[in-house]
Design a protein around this ligand. Structure first.
Ligand SMILES: Nc1ncnc2c1ncn2[C@@H]1O[C@H](COP(=O)(O)OP(=O)(O)OP(=O)(O)O)[C@@H](O)[C@H]1O
Length: 267
């Protein structure tokens, strides 16, 4: 028998959100009321997996994404990332590790800059690589998002929606995050283009070990892509589990209703 102790494995969860609560006030004057956008939500994301987040409009998905990426700072509860409890005001380095991809990639791209200029600026400002390695890293990023090298000299306006979304993902990857939050990142794209981005996210998980929180309303896409799914309803996670069992044996009544709303394809 060996005396050597096995090395402690890194925690299985890259992310643990505990008792996250967000309240907003809505309306004016006498109609002012409290909206509980997140009602003491708990969510754990396993390292190197894609965790889907589904639920009707207004159920709290984007608020959860905003808490994760520190865009929303008025919350109570705890966000533990990579075993470290994140403060409400995160350092630049803590923010770098969790990147967001939005529905509309155009909003995150500067129309006056080529893709190379945008990426190079990010790499320089965040000092991700030595100045002499910026060009090479830009090329690597194009490869990672499966765009040709010549795309580096394009402006966003000359690109298709799918290409822009790939660039938005490249910008997120430039900061070498461990967790990507994709908030309806494929929802505005044509179905065939959507499939390309979904496959890209799966490749990034498999090749880089990237973890992803994938917010989407298309349940078929979620079933295809995600290892686990959490279902939100009125600020609560009503069910959270392994994708196939959640889709085949939903336990919560709202999940059952949501799944029944998937249109059946007739041949
Ligand atoms: N800044 C805000 N001020 C007031 N209420 C807000 C604010 N942001 C969100 N809400 C409310 O919080 C609740 C959750 O909204 P959220 O955008 O997180 O839902 P969602 O599931 O992402 O919806 P969608 O799928 O439509 O994007 C909703 O009732 C919404 O109206």
């Amino acid at each position: 028998m060996s005396n050597t102790q096995p090395t402690q494995p890194a925690s299985e969860n890259i992310l643990e959100m505990r008792d996250i609560r967000v309240e907003f006030s809505a309306g004016k004057g006498r109609n002012r009321r409290k909206v509980v956008a997140l009602n003491d939500v708990n969510l754990s994301v396993r390292r190197g997996t894609i965790h889907g987040l589904v639920g009707e409009s207004g159920s709290g998905k984007s608020t959860l994404a905003r808490v994760l990426t520190a865009l929303e700072r008025s919350f109570t509860g705890t966000v533990v990332f990579n075993g470290e409890e994140l403060p409400v005001r995160r350092t630049k380095e803590q923010r770098r590790h969790i990147q967001m991809v939005f529905q509309d990639p155009y909003s995150s791209l500067d129309p006056r800059m080529t893709i190379r200029q945008s990426l190079a600026e990010l790499l320089r400002v965040h000092r991700i690589v030595e100045p002499r390695d910026v060009g090479g890293r830009c090329l690597e990023l194009m490869e990672q998002v499966q765009l040709p090298a010549r795309a580096l000299d394009s402006y966003p306006i000359s690109m298709s929606g799918g290409q822009r979304q790939r660039v938005a993902i490249a910008k997120a990857l430039a900061l070498e995050p461990s967790l990507l939050v994709a908030d309806e990142a494929v929802s505005a794209l044509d179905v065939s283009v959507q499939a390309g981005i979904v496959n890209l996210l799966a490749d990034l998980r498999d090749q880089l070990g990237l973890s992803v929180v994938f917010i989407a309303h298309d349940l078929a896409v979620v079933r295809n892509l995600c290892e686990n799914v959490a279902v939100m309803y009125h600020g609560n996670i009503v069910e959270d589990g392994e994708t196939e069992s959640l889709f085949t044996e939903p336990k919560d009544q709202y999940t059952q209703t949501l799944l029944q709303s998937i249109p059946r394809i007739r041949y």
